[in-house]
Design a protein around this ligand. Sequence first.
Ligand SMILES: N=CN[C@@H](CCC(=O)O)C(=O)O
Ligand SMILES: [Zn+2]
Length: 421
Amino acid sequence: MKADKILTNFKQIFSPIDKGHPLRGSQMSEANIIEDGYIAIKDGKILKIDSGKPAAELIDDKTEIIDYTGKMATPGLIDCHTHLVYGGSRENEFSKKLNGVPYLDILAQGGGILSTVNSTRQASFDELYNKTNDLLNEMVIHGVTTVEAKSGYGLNWETEERQLKVVEKLNQDHVINLVSTFMAAHAIPPEYKGKSDEFIDLVIEEMLPKVKAEHLAEFCDIFCETGVFTAAQSKRLLQAAKDLGFKLRIHADEIDSIGGVDVAAELNATSAEHLMMITNEGIDKLSQAHVIGNLLPGTTFSLMEDTYAPAKKMIEKGMAITLTTDSNPGSCPTANLQFIMQLGCFMMKLTPIQILNAVTINAAYSVCQADKIGSFDEGKNADITIFDAPNIDYPFYFFATNLVGSVYKDGKLVVQDRQLV
Ligand SMILES: N=CN[C@@H](CCC(=O)O)C(=O)O
Ligand SMILES: [Zn+2]
């Protein structure tokens, strides 16, 4: 078969190994590193990757050959945990953070997530759409081609639906592929203060069936944390979501370890998020239940905390992990997955191969799209991130700058010279 396009002369290509499940434990250190190679594309899909010069049988007079001498390519990066759709911003919390006011105290005082709920309830569809579109532009410029996006700044049906519809529309309009998660159980809304069980009833009885009927989300998530939702409430909501056919995630062990990890393991959630405070026993449970750990080192950094999720220990104990931005206006206001990858290296001591697997093939499993994305297997989408770097170590060594020069989405050039095409 002839290629439509061949991207060639790469110094290195990072090619994850898709084993049919997320890479766990020592598998996270495996990958094919192709030296001096090329990537052939046909109809927006990967046709072939190999080292050396492109084979003659791939080329005819219509094949476009594009030179990437000295560059390094990976599958399009996947950001599998974000809170992308919101109104307002929260730089006013900065001085509180600097003065050591804890994140949960700010929330308990009606700030934090609840301050963003207030701004999001007031924002129109177009305002939310434009703001999210800008964030997605930043993300693709930094090499990301697929993003998971959660609702959870409405906490009432009207605003939750507006957030989910923004994601639905941007999934059609923007080059980035979006995966939607319903997370109305992100905080207790002011009108349900002291009545969190009633709020969970509302989410289960009135919101979940509508999300399902309108096909607005694939996943359901909840914030299981002291002062927010208990493990019992989390289990009740996620079981109801599972019964309706949702896939599950849970924010667990972020600040306190209160049982969210057990719920994730019991209900076979796709992923558990944060896990800064996870115990050894918790790691064993997630490992045995094959729950992916979506780790968010930017949140520890941005909250000015010392405790990063024990990523190395998780891998040693056989877990599959991803790294992701947690992009949101409070605990991690960034759209730069490369910086998060660098934190994975600097603060969690993960290797470049482990990190690149975390943000490609494992993140593809975390959004349940590994049949289409996350590696360079023939027939997968030609989503390709090209670094102005000669090898896979360089983007970790030269930190805090955008090293992504070009991005292809479904075989189409969408970023060139670090700018949107
Ligand atoms: N921890 C809960 N939710 C988000 C933060 C949202 C916010 O602070 O606005 C998170 O995953 O970090
Ligand atoms: Zn989150």
